[in-house]
Design a protein around this ligand. Sequence first.
Ligand code: PEP
Ligand code: MN
Length: 352
Amino acid sequence: MSNEKLDSLRDELDQVNMEILSLINRRGELVKETAKAKVNQGPDKKYDPVREHQMLEKLKNHNEGPFQDATIIHLFKEIFKAGLELQEKDYSKEMLVSRKRKVEDTVIDINGEKIGDGNPHFVCGPCAVESYEQVAKVAEQIKKHGLNIIRGGAFKPRTSPYDFQGLGFEGLEILKRVGDEYGLAVVSEIVRPQDMEQAAEYLDMIQIGARNMQNFELLKAAGEIDKPIILKRGMSATVSDFINAAEYINSKGNGNIILCERGIRTYETSTRNTLDITAVPILKQETHLPVMVDVTHSTGRRDLLIPAAKAAIAIGADAIMAEVHPDPAVALSDQQQQMDFDQFDTFMKTLK
Ligand code: PEP
Ligand code: MN
């Protein structure tokens, strides 16, 4: 076949594509009109199997090929399905965090780390800020591995009121000082809405912990500040609860949100929580936000940090969170699962 002939056939195909596109959308408009006309017949009247059967029979009777009847039916069923979805969904009301609202990935640039750019990033540091010296020692190790972010809890939501509760604002001051000295961005959890603004003066990124995922006033306060937020999944939250919590933040204007899967409560006791690994691709399909996996709090086991992180990266996580402490045996929280520096070396060398 001559090139000219091929080009002209391709032009014709392009033209037909445009006609089909325009017809499909015209059909969509008609479906929406029909839905409006049927509004008085009640909510169950959207899908009418008898009507669908009639339409498919008619198409089959008029089908002259080259497509087989079964192929035509398959294609039209998809078109009908899309029409039905149009009736059920008003896309303008789609959530701000939804992939349907924004197709492109949100990329969060924090101190040179572009979280969401397709490469794995790491947010590591101690469970809790205990002293300047402790955080500085960890910062040195983080720098050594070429990382740019350090984490550390200053407001610790502990199960027991008698456990170490964190250093509060003094802890944030330590973090900031270390961050400035080592050129690291700093992340810490904030637990009260009224602390959000003041905390933003110390922190480059603010974490909302699992226990506060549905603290709606805190979420709204996070939505009003101009700092990226790491939102952790509540331990009993469904993916839908999680996405709605992110929507609370975005609804107030802050769309720089990283979703962090950190394990959920199940009957399984061999790990601290059950890492819901498939939540990662689900969240990436459903939203445009970067997804992080916290391997420390999900597994609660040092021996599982590397395999869990490998799995997270393989399944598409944008970032990994893990805890590291100069001497985990004497840590004031999470002694069981924080890495010491040798383990952190192996962790980073294996994953990078
Ligand atoms: C933390 O990251 O310090 C923490 C307390 O985690 P979570 O909220 O996921 O339990
Ligand atoms: Mn911890």
